[in-house]
Write a new protein. Structure first.
Length: 278
């Protein structure tokens, strides 16, 4: 009996350690489950804009006809600016614009890294500068922040969950939705820009700003042709839209997959109105 007297104790000890290990794993899994949404997503930064209060165009003219700023604007009725700019610029000076896309729930700040920061910092960082896979909506430093470039590209993740970042840009794949939602809006501290959605289409993974020299008319014209005649069957194009070398385009870019190949999905807006705001 003596040589077997310690065996039950060894089994009991091993059982205790197994139980501790199982409990520890369960705690770890639980913590990951709790933290995962925070790692992937960020709190919504809604402006609370009333879509009925957005600028309306009863008969919008081509963007080339947008009037230049004159003294007459001093007497023009100012549009409402729903963004608390003081709050957001105090939170992060990289917040410089706000995008609202009716019907999609996209109502989000737009950021751009400054100084020596990585150009794609906000691809995986939130408005507070903390790591977040979902990132924020952002532009690269190649683009001016006053939307005077011929083409401005805004990037946002497709998180494959309703309401996350630029996920709902994919709504524009539906022809009915595309036809019924013609405009999106960008606010800055003193202006609101109205863009008519000319097309929404799949695109390859080329970096737009690196592959086109928009200072050259021929490159810009090639891009305008792509907007109105996308080389893909995954496309909706608004009938009657004409684009010229005088236009200003905002390209909204997110990623998606077709036949397991990663591609870009672009929503292309042309500037049709610009107003000073309160």
């Amino acid at each position: 009996m003596g040589k077997y007297s310690k065996e039950p104790t060894k089994k009991t000890g091993r059982g205790v350690w197994i139980a501790v290990l199982v409990v520890s794993l369960l705690v770890l899994v639980g913590a990951v489950i709790l933290l995962l949404p925070q790692l992937l997503s960020a709190p919504a930064h809604s402006s609370g804009v009333d879509e009925e209060a957005l600028p309306t165009l009863t008969d919008a003219e081509p963007a080339s006809a947008v009037p230049e700023e004159t003294d007459a604007e001093e007497t023009r009725s100012l549009a409402e600016n729903p963004i608390d700019w003081a709050e957001y610029t105090e939170l992060n000076e990289d917040v410089y614009a706000w995008i609202v896309i009716p019907g999609t729930g996209i109502d989000l700040p737009v950021l751009q890294a400054h100084g020596e920061m990585d150009d794609n910092f906000y691809l995986h960082h939130d408005i507070n500068g903390n790591y977040l896979f979902a990132g924020e909506i952002y532009s690269q430093k190649a683009n001016a922040k006053d939307f005077t470039d011929r083409v401005t590209v805004l990037y946002g993740h497709n998180m494959k969950r309703e309401g996350e970042r630029f996920t709902n840009l994919l709504y524009f794949e539906d022809e009915t939705f595309f036809q019924e939602h013609e405009f999106f809006y960008i606010y800055t501290p003193d202006r609101v820009y109205t863009y008519r959605i000319a097309s929404a289409h799949a695109y390859d993974t080329r970096h737009i700003l690196n592959n086109f020299d928009f200072g050259k008319d021929e490159d810009f014209q090639e891009y305008l042709d792509t907007i109105l005649s996308p080389r893909t069957v995954i496309a909706n194009v608004r009938e009657g839209v004409e684009l010229t070398l005088d236009d200003h385009i905002v390209t909204l870019s997110t990623c998606t997959y077709v036949n397991n190949d990663k591609i870009r999905y672009l929503v292309q807006g042309v500037l049709v109105d610009e107003q000073p705001t309160e």
